[in-house]
Structures are given as C-alpha cells and as structure tokens.
Design a protein around this ligand. Structure first.
Ligand code: SF4
Length: 465
C-alpha cells in the first residue's frame, strides 16, 4: 500500500479557515492517479478537514503503508507561501510515518528549499520539481529496495553529513497523456458542504498548464521553473466534462499561473467546451498584457466569470523595479475589456516592494479608484529563496524567513514602512473597493502616519540634515 498525503490542515490557518474556500490537493490526487495507473494500491490522507496532525498517525495505523509520499499541492499558491505552521505539520508527518516503519519521500517548495530539515525529520528523499511526475520512479525503487541515487530529481543525505543531488528528472512535456486526478479519493461531499455553507456553491480546481515564462523578479518558481507547458484545449474540455459527472461542481478555479496564454488556445478551449456541453463557470489568473478583445470574448464564451490579474502596483517605477513587464495603461485596458465582456476582474496587489514610498502607494490607491476592479487581494512583498528579490534583500533578513500563516503579512526585510502600517494600508484599500466609497479620513490618517514614520527614520533624518 502506498499512502499519498499533503500537509495543509485548513483549521491550522485562521485566514483560510475563515475564507472557507478549500480546494482538493490537485498534485497529490494526480500522483495517486499516476501510481494507480502503474498498478499500485493507493490510499490518500487528505489533511484538509482533519482536526490536527494526530489524525495522520491514526491513518498510518489503519493503512500500514510501506511507502508514504508527502506531495504538497504545487498548483495551489498557498503551498508556495511555505508557512512555518505548515512546515511544522509536514515535519511532524514525516517523523510519524518513519516511526510507523514506512519509507518516506517528500515533495513541495519548502522541502526543496530546506531539504536538510525534512531529511533530518526522517525522510529518505526530497523529490524536487513536480512530485507527481517522479512518484512512480521513487515508489518502484523503494518497494524493490534499490538504491535511490539512480532515481532522478532527488535530494538525499550523502551519509557524511552533507546532501547529494541525483541527476535532474527530464521535463515531462506530454501532459495530455497523464490520467485525470483521482477525485474519488477525496471526500467531495465535505468540500461541497464547506463551500456551500459559506458561499452557496462548490468550486473545484483544475490546471491546464505548468509554469510561467515571465520573469517578475520576486516570483519563486521552485517547482515548474521558468517554462510554460500546456495541455491541449480538448484535454481540458474533456476533464471538465468528466468533472461535471464525477463531482458536479458549480464553479472551477483554474490554478494555472497563467491560464490560456494565447488567443488561439483560448478560442480553441471555448469551442471544445461548448461542443461537449462542458461549460462550468470559472475563475482564472492572467496578465494584463494578455487580455485582448478576442481573448476576453472567447473567455466569456467559455464561461469565465472572473479573471485575476497580477497588477501589483499603480506605480510604473515599482513595476519596473519588479521586472513585471507590464504598463499601467495595459492594466486599465485589460480591466475595461473584461468588464465590457461581463467578466469580473480581481487584482493582486503587493505593498512594500523597494523602493515603494508613500507616493507610490497613493498611485496604487488612485489606480483602484479609477478602474474599480471587483475584488482585490493585498499582500506585502515576501522574499522567497531563489528569486532576484530575495538576493537583493537577503542581508536584511532576520532569523524569521517565513510567515507563520497565510495572514501574517509580516515584513521580513527592512521596508520603507513596518508591518503594522502596511496592514492599515491593506485595510484602507479593501475598504475603498468593498464599499465603493472613498474613506478620506482613513487616508488622511495614513498620510500623517507615513509622514511621522519618515521623520522618525534615522536614514531620512540624516538625508534631511
Ligand atoms: S506573471 Fe505571475 S507567475 Fe509569471 S513570473 Fe510574473 S508573477 Fe510569476
């Protein structure tokens, strides 16, 4: 028996628990489907609704697996955040599996960034890249007692206190050949109840591609790298048609960094879903520069309800500092184009990216006031290993390098303002969007705080003198 698992316990993350928008662990379910296709007996530990990590121990006793694969859902942006609580749970699970006598392999961005932690906790190997695509090879080696150094894409202990990398796994391009995720292994009813209780409908996740070819310099790409590999439009439409029968969600979230990428693919996707009567209203992520008139028209035909854009900032100099590769003007055009086609827009915004100052924050606020997106998601800049941004601020990082949970929004480097100030700005931006009203009093108070902060900053006092 192979036990596949992930470490996201919804109750452990206050913000996500409150949001009540849990998604099934897509990469974990793909790994299960791939292993089944190879003839393995597979069980799933879906941590999502479990009360705490102790329930994993109960599962180990019940399943008595020979091999445990902890494969985090690399398609979900929450996984990329590598929070401290989640790491603690994952390490606890590794140690419990080892104590239960199983061989253990781990995959996820945090394990790739900090392999020593996971190997010390008892893992036999850390699987780099797309864990589901390496699952069959490592299971085969573990079951047959073969040395792991012949399995590509692993990080192992070298037996002398160091680490050893096996050769990289070849990138898998034929995504259409993969099975559909093993949806039957999760308790779809539990997802349905959680979603409908909070939002009146069930949303489910899919992924049409892997990776992103753009180079925003704070964006970590520990799993897919800087590439874009896409499934065919027909394969995605077919998965939607099967999903309609197997799970019957009311809504789909395409978890791709960028869904579609080209006009031709999106037009083909629209035709394929219509031909199969497979339309399910959906939400997706894209970039402002990719939203053209024909793209928005095809997305609307295919059932797009909401498109999230990585807008980040209303200040062009900040976008340029991020190597974002977009112009403020294209954000305006994309938002208006989506609206003309009846598609809601969501903006991801980021506060604190150097050298952002108060005037840049005001430009972001004013862009919001001008264009009025339907929703926003606000974060502060989060230096993740392997990025240009991380390299720029690494000297300023303290002992803490990760957020405790997804709501912490802590400044981990020396920003222009502090965490408390950015939280107030986040709240003010949300208040503007949520109420559709401008709370001038709140912004006036923020301006005064910004000014006070400037006066108090030793560096600025030095410059003024
Ligand atoms: S477009 Fe999005 S996914 Fe791609 S590099 Fe930029 S932030 Fe990352």
């Amino acid at each position: 028996m192979i036990l596949v698992a992930h470490s996201f316990y919804l109750r452990r993350d206050g913000k996500q628990f409150e949001r009540s928008r849990p998604y099934a662990p897509l990469a974990t379910l793909l790994a299960a489907a791939i292993l089944r296709e190879q003839g393995h007996a597979v069980a799933l530990f879906d941590a999502t609704f479990e009360p705490c990590v102790e329930s994993f121990t109960t599962c180990l006793q019940a399943e008595a697996p020979k091999v445990v694969l902890l494969i985090e859902d690399n398609f979900n942006y929450l996984t990329k955040m590598c929070t401290e609580d989640r790491r603690a749970d994952a390490l606890h699970m590794v140690a419990a599996a080892r104590r239960a006598g199983a061989r253990v392999a781990v995959n996820g961005p945090d394990a790739s960034d900090n392999p020593r932690l996971y190997l010390d906790a008892g893992a036999d190997a850390v699987m780099t890249g797309e864990g589901e695509l390496g699952a069959a090879a490592i299971v085969d080696a573990l079951e047959r007692g073969l040395p792991l150094d012949k399995v590509p894409g692993l990080i192992l202990c070298d037996g002398q206190g160091g680490l050893r990398h096996t050769p990289p796994r070849l990138q898998h391009q034929a995504l259409d050949a993969l099975p559909f995720p093993a949806w039957d292994l999760v308790d779809a009813q539990a997802y349905r109840e959680t979603w409908t209780r909070a939002h009146g409908r069930l949303s489910w996740n899919m992924a049409a591609s892997r990776g992103c070819p753009y180079a925003c310099n704070w964006c970590a790409k520990p799993t897919f790298g800087r590439r874009y590999t896409q499934r065919s439009a027909a394969s995605i439409a077919e998965e939607m048609a099967r999903l309609k029968h197997a799970v019957a969600p009311d809504h789909v979230w395409f978890a791709d960094d960028i869904f579609g990428m080209t006009e031709d693919w999106i037009a083909a996707f629209a035709e394929e879903v219509l031909r199969r009567d497979a339309c399910i209203p959906f939400m997706m992520q894209s970039r402002a520069n990719l939203i053209t008139e024909p793209v928005a028209a095809a997305l609307a035909r295919a059932g797009a309800e909401e498109v999230w854009l990585g807008v980040e900032s209303g200040s062009q100099r900040i976008l340029d500092a991020m190597d974002k590769g977009t112009q403020i003007e294209s954000v305006r055009t994309a938002t208006r184009t989506l609206r003309r086609h009846g598609i809601r827009s969501g903006w991801f915004l980021q506060l604190g990216y150097p050298p952002e100052d108060w005037e840049d924050i005001l430009l972001t606020r004013d862009l919001l006031r001008d264009e009025r997106p339907d929703e926003i998601g606000v974060s502060v800049s989060y230096p993740l290993p392997g990025t240009v941004f991380h390299a720029r601020v690494v000297a300023e990082l303290g002992a803490r390098r990760n957020w405790r949970d997804t709501d912490e929004l802590a400044m981990l480097f020396q920003g222009t303002f502090d965490t408390a100030f950015y939280r107030l700005v986040r709240d003010a931006l949300h208040a503007d969007v949520d109420t559709g009203m401008v709370d001038e009093l709140r912004w006036h108070d923020l301006a005064q705080r910004a000014d006070a902060h400037r006066s108090a900053s030793p560096l600025r006092m030095e410059l003024r003198a």
